[in-house]
Write a protein that binds this ligand. Structure first.
Ligand SMILES: Cc1cc2nc3c(=O)[nH]c(=O)nc-3n(C[C@H](O)[C@H](O)[C@H](O)COP(=O)(O)OP(=O)(O)OC[C@H]3O[C@@H](n4cnc5c(N)ncnc54)[C@H](O)[C@@H]3O)c2cc1C
Length: 508
């Protein structure tokens, strides 16, 4: 995909999608593959909002069963199955341990019943049945428990690379002829229901003003939804009441499974998750009524997560907190407490004629996009059916993982001279597009080098991100395309910034 502003400026579209998070990406992909003329514009980088700072879980959400949201859990588990098939390089099965202590807020029988229901709701999409782990087997895993649990259950969910998944969905939209642009902000909307609406935009990197027209406009700006509604002249109560979620990234503590735990302070569910040679701990869930662009992790948030971690795990070497990140859940406005507020979504048709998609979970983005696109197609008189249910994403592969990896490592080795570890890294991140990334190593040997000695990321990836994925600013490369910004401490990150700089300058 290329940032072709001339494909957007002064053009007419059936559908303009505002927001390049997973909601906008999913709708742009679905609508473009049904033959609509679509544009998607994002004011910063794709997935730089909520869609890049999630817990990275493609999950049914065991805890939603507690709130009786069985329909949401069922749909999420079915979508989990589809994502594992359609994006096997970006969404992978992940085992979860669930230790149960005598003083747990939720008793063992309730967890067992919940997990059985979870298995049943997953049906044929189940990864593996839940089970109790025998104490001997658990001891063999050598986990750094602070207190060895008297009972430990195991179940499966999946882990994703959230920002890369969002970017691949936008790539899929682009391959279906959608015009897509990042760093392009919608600044004014003149909406005329039933006729062409006029949309004004600003290129945030050059300051240039652009305009286009569209029959239908979808506001998919997550936490920013009410700001964009105001641009369209809509008033009345806010549709979104965001809650803040914080994660911390700690050094690797050698987990081979994630853990679902209840925080000792308030009994809330939180996770400790192995992630890219590090340990991810999160999340908090607190009300937020501050400025949208100013959300950050406070010392209190970080202490809460460290306290939760230390209550359950005590590694021989105390892990350091490397980074933290915070984001806002774009939940629709309701009176419930943050953790029990619904994760379902609503499509709102405002008095201006603009549609706003609010709420939802990352896991169910495709199903949500299908429902939204059905409504938009009805409005536009398009009768084509959704095709995304079984559509592989651009890097997706239909053969078994083992065979794909064996063939892929061989091919990347003899064609581009990559060793098995580097080849596996590219296959795991780019799937069947790994060759497009590796080809840069033939041009220049330096591009086969690691970006940072601690992590498997390769210099050739920066060239690919620049040429194929519209990365323009250093943060686009370091936070959304790779995850180096989250994984390295400040000193190592400074060095990496000097390595990425030439790729930003060379942008064409
Ligand atoms: C801490 C946390 C953890 C989570 N964990 C999970 C999880 O593990 N699994 C799961 O399924 N879900 C999870 N979620 C929920 C999920 O991440 C969100 O539901 C989803 O990412 C929302 O995507 P979105 O596209 O609606 O919003 P966003 O990703 O925020 O996208 C909106 C975009 O609109 C852009 N925008 C705003 N204004 C304009 C404008 N004027 N012009 C152009 N663009 C504009 C923004 O820059 C932004 O990129 C989590 C959420 C949080 C906060």
């Amino acid at each position: 995909m290329r940032n072709e502003l001339n494909l957007i400026a002064n053009r007419q579209f059936d559908l303009l999608v505002i927001g390049g998070g997973i909601t906008g990406a999913g709708v742009a992909h679905d609508a473009a593959s049904r033959g609509l003329k679509v544009a998607l514009v994002e004011k910063k980088d794709f997935a730089s909002g909520t869609s890049g700072i999630s817990s990275k879980l493609v999950h049914g959400g065991l805890r939603y069963l507690e709130h009786g949201q069985i329909g949401l859990v069922y749909e999420s588990l079915q979508e989990r199955g589809r994502l594992l098939r359609n994006a096997p390089h970006l969404v992978k099965p992940l085992p979860f341990l669930l230790p149960v202590y005598a003083d747990s807020r939720v008793p063992a029988w309730k967890w067992r019943a919940g997990l059985k229901l979870y298995d049943v709701l997953a049906g044929f999409a189940n990864i593996a049945p839940s089970k109790t782990i025998a104490p001997l087997e658990l001891r063999k895993q050598n986990l750094p428990w602070a207190k060895f649990p008297p009972l430990c259950l195991q179940y499966f969910d999946a882990q994703m690379d959230d920002s890369r998944l969002c970017i691949e969905v936008i790539e899929a939209a682009s391959q279906s002829e959608a015009a897509v642009a990042n760093h392009l902000e919608v600044t004014a909307l003149d909406l005329f229901p039933g006729r062409l609406s006029r949309i004004q935009m600003r290129d945030c990197l050059t300051g240039e003003q652009l305009e286009c027209e569209s029959k239908v406009v979808l506001n998919a700006t997550g936490p920013w939804s009410d700001q964009v509604r105001k641009l369209a002249g809509e008033t009345g109560p806010d549709l979104v009441k965001p809650t803040k979620g914080v994660h911390i990234i700690m050094s690797d503590v050698g987990l081979n499974a994630a853990m679902l735990l209840l925080h000792p302070k308030d009994g809330r569910v939180f996770f400790i998750i192995p992630w890219l040679n590090r340990t991810l701990v999160g999340t908090t869930d607190t009300e937020w009524d501050g400025q949208l662009g100013k959300v950050s992790a406070t010392a209190e948030d970080i202490n809460y997560l460290v306290e939760g971690f230390s209550h359950f795990l005590k590694p021989a070497v105390k892990p350091e907190v490397i980074q933290s990140f915070a984001g806002l859940r774009p939940l629709f406005n309701a009176e419930a407490s943050p953790s029990s507020r619904s994760r379902e979504f609503k499509l709102h048709l405002g008095p201006s004629g603009m549609f706003s998609a609010v709420g939802g979970k990352y896991t169910t983005y495709r199903a949500m996009a299908e429902d939204i696109t059905n409504a938009l197609c009805k409005k536009l008189g398009n009768h084509n059916r959704c095709t995304t249910m079984n559509a592989l994403l651009p890097g997706g592969f239909a053969i078994k993982r083992k065979g794909f990896e064996a063939n892929g490592t061989k091919e990347l080795g003899w064609r581009y001279g990559l060793n098995t570890i580097d080849a596996m890294h590219l296959l795991n991140r780019y799937g069947k597009r790994a060759g497009l990334v590796a080809q840069y190593c033939l041009e220049n040997k330096m591009l086969a080098e690691r970006i940072d000695p601690q992590l498997p990321d390769l210099m050739c990836e920066f060239a690919f991100h620049r040429d194929f994925e519209m990365a323009r600013l250093p943060d686009d490369f370091l936070y959304q395309r790779t995850r180096l910004g989250y994984l390295l401490d400040d000193q190592a990150l400074e060095k990496v910034r000097t390595r990425v700089a030439p790729f930003c300058n060379n942008y064409h």
